[in-house]
Design a binder for this molecule. Structure first.
Ligand code: HEC
Length: 512
């Protein structure tokens, strides 16, 4: 009978309450508990000149808001992080642990003591200037843009010629907001067609408005949002910039109650080495959900859209991003592996349009060919949704402006060969073509954006004519005249759509 270990545990048990009492004796203090937490998790945004509405940089400023801080950390509004806690491990997770959250309410209950000021850590310095060192090229908005004091958020695109006389590989991009208080997030695109210059020239103010062009013809290379660090691509990956490209920066401005100007810059770090591996984005459903048939009735509390894509080649994914507009609510993606097992890649039950995050997986995830990606996106088009931009709610379909909707969950994936990447792009094109065939056969109003009652009679007529014209060649392939396309009839239909201007004009789906 091994009674000794038993005795030892008994002794430990007897000691335990005493040890606990000793640990509990020291009250939670600012200097030893709260300051380290706030300085490393809050102060990067909550300091003068940054996006946080007030500074949290010393005892007084934190103490003054101790109650509010306990509340917003408890309900996980702060720090901003929208993936559901504990579901997927991400390396850039900003959220606090339960123990960290409890410290704020314990500190409040203890009467917010400061403790020994000598023990307060030094506030981490945020380097002025470029965090990744001096860039090889700095692209600055040609003119400052005036952001009014009040009003709706503004989306504005600016064209910046890069004047590169040879194809170039980029390993890192660092964004410098001109006025960080108003710049909420930005997206980068490359334009090799000269179209962005044209549109910029046509618009009398600096830059140009609208979202549509940036989503189709221009090549998306990534983005930046408040609180994110400069991006250096992981795993030796590189972005490709074809010579002669213009950089197009789409900025989301958020008015702050007083007029200000912004002239932001982008710093590029070039590389002599090409990308270590081919890589690409995998958007599900493709092209921002354009052919998904998103059609949300006015007032509907939870409208659900589902999409699935089976990847045709092995790949390794390293990050995931969700995109919708103001009505977006749940954004979820899971993987079902060829052996039938499943795992979450993203689960956000309370997605927020204001925070367009790239969630970087803690460890890259291998997806064997045949893995099915299942996406669920939900939209709240009720009057109770405080983010709903339209009051009273109206029917909302897919479209480029923020009062329309979109929906996509996008993976970043690494391939071993170019052929694997190209096969994946081709599968995405076929997916999009199939969705387009379905929408056209249905006579869906979402394809040409014609919603009865929301556009004038002339536009309505034009849209209906466009729809009929696009449907006719498909109906001609319906040899058995059942108004559906069988899988055999779909083969020429898909070939026809793939040849058409729509898919061709989409531009590159991913990266080189
Ligand atoms: C990535 C930037 C960022 C980080 C990190 C961050 N905040 Fe914030 N915080 C904001 C912004 C921006 C707002 C304004 C509200 C908004 O836009 O969501 C805000 C608002 C607040 C508010 C006011 C909320 C209200 O309802 O009035 C409190 C309190 C707050 N933050 C506390 C914290 C604390 C405590 C932390 C760290 C544990 C933290 N924040 C981390 C950006 C940040």
């Amino acid at each position: 009978m091994p009674y000794r270990p038993v005795l030892r545990s008994l002794a430990l048990l007897l000691l335990w309450p005493a040890a606990l009492a000793a640990a509990e004796k020291r009250p939670v203090t600012f200097s030893e508990d709260i300051a380290p937490l706030v300085f490393s998790n809050c102060a990067a945004c909550h300091r003068p000149g940054q996006i946080g509405p007030f500074a949290l940089t010393d005892y007084e400023s934190v103490k003054r808001r101790a109650k509010l801080i306990a509340e917003v950390t408890e309900d996980r509004t702060m720090p901003p992080w929208h993936a559901d806690p504990g579901v997927v491990a991400y390396s850039n997770d900003r959220s606090l642990t339960k123990e960290q959250i409890a410290l704020f309410s314990d500190w409040l209950a203890a009467g917010t003591p400061e403790g020994d000021p000598a023990k307060t850590p030094v506030l981490p310095e945020i380097k002025d200037g470029w965090q990744m060192g001096p860039p090889d090229q700095i692209a600055t908005m040609p003119e400052a843009f005036t952001v009014p004091a009040e009003g709706r958020d503004i989306y504005r695109k600016f064209t910046i010629p890069l004047n590169l006389d040879k194809d170039t590989w980029v390993k890192g991009i660092e964004f410098h907001p001109g006025d960080p208080r108003v710049v909420h997030h930005i997206l980068y695109y490359l334009d090799t067609t000269g179209k962005a210059r044209e549109m910029d020239a046509k618009d009398p103010k600096p830059g140009f408005g609208g979202m549509s062009q940036s989503n189709g013809e221009f090549r998306y290379i990534g983005g930046w949002d408040v609180g994110t660090q400069p991006v250096e691509l992981p795993y030796g990956l590189r972005w490709f910039i074809p010579k002669g490209s213009d950089l197009v920066v789409q900025v989301h401005y958020h008015p702050i109650g007083k007029e200000t100007t912004d002239q932001s810059s982008v710093g590029f770090h070039y590389s002599d080495e090409p990308t270590a591996k081919p890589w690409s984005i995998i958007p599900v459903p493709p092209h921002f959900g354009m052919m998904q048939g998103i059609d949300i009735p006015a007032g509907e509390k939870e409208h659900i859209e589902k999409a699935s894509f089976t990847i045709p080649e092995d790949c390794t994914i390293f990050s995931v991003n969700a995109h919708a507009h103001y009505l977006g609510k749940r954004m979820e993606m899971s993987a079902t592996f060829p052996d039938g097992s499943t795992r979450w890649l993203l689960k956000t039950s309370n997605w927020d349009f204001k925070w367009q995050e790239d969630y970087a997986f803690k460890d890259p995830i291998k997806l064997p060919a045949g893995t099915r990606l299942d996406v669920l996106m939900s939209y709240d088009n009720s009057a109770e949704n405080p983010a709903n931009p339209t009051k009273p709610p109206k029917r909302v379909i897919w479209g480029p402006s923020t009062t329309d909707e979109m929906g996509v969950i996008t993976l970043s994936a690494i391939f071993e060969t170019k052929e694997q990447k190209e096969a994946t792009h081709q599968a995405l094109r076929v997916y999009l073509a199939n969705q387009m065939i379905d929408r056209l056969l249905e006579g869906s109003e979402t394809v040409f954006g014609q919603v009865r009652g929301q556009i004038g009679a002339a536009d309505q007529n034009k849209a209906s004519k466009n729809l009929e014209a696009a449907r006719a060649p498909l109906l001609a392939l319906d040899f058995d005249k059942d108004s559906k396309l069988s899988s055999a009839e779909r083969i020429p239909a898909i070939a026809y759509i793939l040849q058409g201007a729509f898919i061709k004009n989409l531009g590159a789906i991913g990266f080189d």
